[in-house]
Design a protein around this ligand. Structure first.
Ligand SMILES: [Zn+2]
Length: 466
């Protein structure tokens, strides 16, 4: 059989890997949007292989760089099914539908004369439409974790919890060819241990081949404080010692729920200053509903918390903001407050309005809790630019800029090494590295080879015999 990486090879986004059995049966593992190197959505419109070759898609988790090109492959004629956990299906539906809204919004903007004049570009069409998302949703077959699912006599698969995001999985394929059994694991994105509300990633015991993510290869997350300590300090500095506002840009799915839970714990322990908290993102409301629906997947601590205190995502002083009118009204709320809004990298979304009103405010602080890609407004602020352009106006940055990596949803170098070390070394024949930048992969490769295990950085489009 062959393994070929078609996406997230020597980069982070656009995950798309292929497992091709000797019989010709072909599985695609993830089918995500590639937005590395400033790629546009339409750059994803096409595949480097014949779509009709694909017999099955397995989706590790709902993040758009893993799921976001499924409607495109359907548009191009893919007729098969998509296997994932039920939570991944629900979150993927929400995120893919949101992608359509973003595409349509951009297409409308690109039609305007002003845009054409300024950028000298032609009308940009949406990569796919809601009908393609609906078609994708109809093709999902959901299976629980730890249940071996037989596709045929030669192929079975199993989903193993990988932390990272609600419903996220590593996938292990069990292949029988010419009387020999082999197991091939794709890690998906691996989460961190003790992450708020999410269960820890589980280790794989015995596999022959591992294709693993390497996002944080060579890097370690800070460990000197807990997220609760960082939140207490930042809230006190911003809203208690001075009458200010704390703005937290956060992805609507995953990061926001983890943050709300951490704040709820502080509230119960009476460590949270009595300030209003706005969660301003309709996507967060819909995402939180999915977290409630799949509550059984949350970690033991969250289950225990629920039994004692009820809903993790509701407490006094916390307000979910649904309508745009309510969102606009926050600007005239003059008491100290916390505003959690998306998008996390500040590219679009309601957060832009909050920045517009607060970036020139000496009493405001902006706390970044996630990664900001190069070229985004978030990255520029983290790089310390003195002036930014928001809503067409140049504004001086007087608000404080703060950052923590404690809510990063990815395993760091040490976690990745522990994930690999847990696999029976006598059985593991080879590790392929994907989903990382070159230097992260090299750091990981060196350390894996020191263990006496062959590690290879997967090259895009190259077929590896397993
Ligand atoms: Zn992910």
């Amino acid at each position: 059989m062959e393994f070929i990486s078609w996406g997230a090879a020597e980069q982070v986004t656009g995950s798309m890997h292929m497992l091709k059995l000797s019989s010709g049966y072909t599985v695609l593992i993830d089918c995500g949007l590639d937005y590395d190197n400033n790629k546009k959505p339409l750059d994803n419109d096409g595949f480097p292989f014949d779509v009709n070759e694909i017999d099955l898609i397995v989706l590790t988790h709902a993040h758009i760089d893993h799921s976001g090109n499924i409607p495109t492959i359907i548009k191009h004629g893919y007729e098969g099914q998509i296997i994932s956990t039920a939570a991944t299906k629900d979150l993927a539906e929400l995120l893919m539908a949101d992608s359509v809204n973003i595409f349509v919004e951009k297409a409308k903007k690109s039609k305007s004369k002003k845009y054409k004049r300024s950028k000298n570009e032609f009308h940009e069409r949406p990569l796919y439409l809601h009908k393609h998302v609906m078609d994708a949703v109809d093709r999902f077959v959901t299976i629980p974790f730890h249940k071996k699912f037989e596709i045929s006599k030669e192929l079975s698969l199993e989903l193993i919890p990988s932390g990272h995001l609600l419903g996220a999985a590593s996938v292990v394929f069990y292949v029988t060819e010419d009387g020999t059994n082999k197991s091939i694991a794709f890690s998906g994105d691996i989460g961190r241990r003790n992450y708020p509300i999410l269960a820890d990633p589980e280790t794989l015991n015995e596999v022959d081949y591992l294709i693993t993510e390497s996002t944080y290869g060579g890097r370690l997350h800070s460990k000197d404080k807990t997220i609760e300590q960082v939140l207490i300090e930042t809230i006190n500095d911003t809203c208690v010692k001075q009458p200010g506002r704390l703005i937290i840009p956060a992805f609507s799915i995953g990061r926001t729920q983890a943050l709300v839970y951490a704040l709820h714990k502080l509230f119960n322990e009476k460590k949270l200053a009595p300030v209003k908290i706005f969660v301003d993102s309709p996507m967060s409301i819909a995402g939180t509903e999915i977290y409630r629906k799949h509550h059984a997947l949350l970690n033991e601590e969250a289950q225990d918390f629920f039994r004692k205190f009820g809903d993790e995502f509701e407490f006094d002083g916390l307000k979910y903001v649904e309508t745009l009118k309510e969102s606009k009204q926050i600007a005239s709320y003059f008491e100290p407050c916390i505003i959690i809004s998306s998008a996390g990298m500040l590219e679009g979304g309601r957060i832009q309005d909050h920045l517009y009103h607060n970036i020139q405010n000496y009493y405001a602080n902006i706390l970044f809790i996630g990664y900001c890609a190069k070229g985004t407004l978030g990255r520029r602020l983290l790089d310390g630019v003195p002036v930014v352009k928001i809503n067409g106006r140049e504004l001086s940055v007087f608000a404080g800029i703060k950052q923590t990596d404690l809510l990063s949803a990815h395993a760091d170098h040490e976690d990745l090494m522990n994930y690999i070390k847990a696999i029976d070394k006598t059985k593991l024949k080879r590790v392929f590295l994907v989903h990382g930048e070159r230097n992260s992969m090299e750091a990981l490769q060196t350390n894996i080879e020191l263990m006496g295990i062959n590690a290879e950085i997967a090259i895009k489009g190259k077929a590896y015999q397993l």
